[in-house]
Design a binder for this molecule. Structure first.
Ligand code: GTR
Length: 429
């Protein structure tokens, strides 16, 4: 496998890794990203319907009681760490803003503050929520974290702009200077016009995307870890836990039906949404937008970013144990189709973009495809008979859905149209 010829990574990256790991020998060299399909090695995926002890999983009960818990644990032990636990009696939320005539009168815009360790002010996060005004009863809600602050999702000068301590984004800019810069990703008008609420939170308010020392954001609140353990929860787990708290915070909000909540995320936040949805079964459905390596893309394909590279670049996202698999992904006891399978039988949408080879569109498709047998076992129509990756801009599937949008790593109106169609099919609108 010639693409495995290695290249020395930069000194700062080595120092970054070395500052956490006692013996960072694994991190000395990492492979180049692979963009050549011919160099994808032969691989055999772990079978989600064969248990570790060899038992064939033939009934929904066996899946539920034996194999699903086993796979969930394997993801915890090898990749994301234990799903965080904390004293939820200390998590409080309050509505701080309610504007009844947002989006030209189509929506009520709210802000909800979450205090993760009340009565302490910090850590805290602000949820931006739009609820359609034209509705009968409570409506389904998308919960999707944002990358750069709620003020970046819209030009609306009324949306609060916060300076977030230790944020790694927009360094050197005031929050006000960033207003609206990511608005193309947030089709608020389309979403409320189709009868849905949407809630977004800045992911670094939950925890900065920064270091592996796990002393920032919500991490110190977690009660179920031992800092030396292999399955110590890493930062993606913290963000995922935070999204569950966003769901809690919407529980008593007028107009929102939290039994119809879809957790969604783009890129690293797509990885987060998948892990959140796998653990928190209150989410009715999950959307992974271009989540790539460590998200929907199969690790064993070693296409695009790859496990060794992601661990070297973002050592804080996954557990210590996951770093050991960088050059031996075939030894992983799980692969990413099983992360999708953990969501079964709930609906899941996996989306790719044609120019986003870094995230391995084909590997994302194959994950969705290889989760299908679990959906079928549970009586679901799963991928609806899809066997081939579709052409660009051709959404396919049933309870599992997939599309490859033309273009780059992004969230666009095309993506949102498909997610709204998906939601309509789930909630029979
Ligand atoms: C990249 C990273 C990807 C993806 C992306 C993002 O740099 O390599 O795995 O998560 O960031 O979050 O935008």
């Amino acid at each position: 496998m010639s693409f495995l010829t290695t290249k020395t990574i930069s000194l700062p990256a080595i120092i970054f890794c070395a500052s956490f790991f006692v013996a960072p020998t694994y991190a000395q060299q990492i492979a180049e990203p692979n963009y050549d399909e011919a160099k994808v090695p032969e691989y055999v995926l772990p079978d989600p319907l064969v248990a570790e002890d060899g038992t064939k999983i033939e009934t929904p009960e066996q899946w539920r009681n034996k194999r699903r818990p086993e796979i969930l644990n394997l993801f915890k032990e090898n990749m994301f760490g234990q799903f965080p636990e904390a004293d939820l009696s200390k998590v409080k939320s309050e509505e701080t803003v309610s504007v009844p005539d947002a989006l030209g009168g189509k929506a009520t815009r709210k802000e909800i503050k979450i205090y993760f360790n009340a009565p302490n002010e910090q850590p805290q996060a602000t949820v931006l929520l739009y609820v359609p005004n034209d509705r009968k009863g409570d409506v389904p809600v998308f919960i999707m974290p944002n990358f750069q602050g709620i003020q970046t999702t819209t030009d609306d000068p009324g949306v609060s702009a916060y300076k977030v301590e230790n944020s790694t984004h927009n360094l050197g800019k005031s929050p006000e200077e960033t207003r609206g810069l990511a608005k193309s990703r947030w089709a608020f008008d389309m979403i409320v016009s189709r009868g849905y609420a949407i809630a977004t939170v800045f992911y670094e308010e939950i925890e900065p995307d920064a270091s592996r020392n796990f002393t920032q954001g919500v991490h110190p609140l977690f009660t179920n870890y031992d800092a030396n353990a292999d399955d110590y929860p890493a930062v993606i787990g913290a963000w995922a836990w935070g999204l569950s708290r966003v769901l809690d915070s919407l529980e008593n909000v007028d107009g929102v039906d939290t039994k119809k909540a879809i957790v969604a995320g783009h890129s690293r936040l797509g990885k987060t949404a998948l892990w959140c949805g796998a653990n928190d079964e209150r989410f009715a459905a999950v959307i992974s937008n271009d989540s790539g390596c460590g998200g929907a893309a199969l690790s064993r394909r070693q296409f695009g970013e790859r496990v060794d590279r992601i661990n070297a670049s973002f050592p804080h996202w996954f557990t210590k144990k996951f770093h050991e698999y960088g050059n031996k992904v075939d030894e992983l006891p799980i692969d990413q189709h099983e992360l999708i399978a953990l969501i079964a039988p709930r609906p899941v949408y996996v989306a790719s973009a044609s120019e986003d080879l870094w995230a391995d569109p084909k590997g994302e498709f194959l994950s969705a495809l290889n989760a299908d047998p679990v959906y079928r076992l549970l009586g679901s129509d799963g991928f609806g008979g899809v066997t081939e990756q579709p052409d660009v801009d051709t959404p396919v599937g049933a309870t599992i859905r997939y599309h490859k949008r033309t273009g780059k790593h992004d969230v666009t109106n095309f993506d949102w149209e498909q997610y709204l169609n998906f939601a309509d099919s789930i909630f029979k609108k």
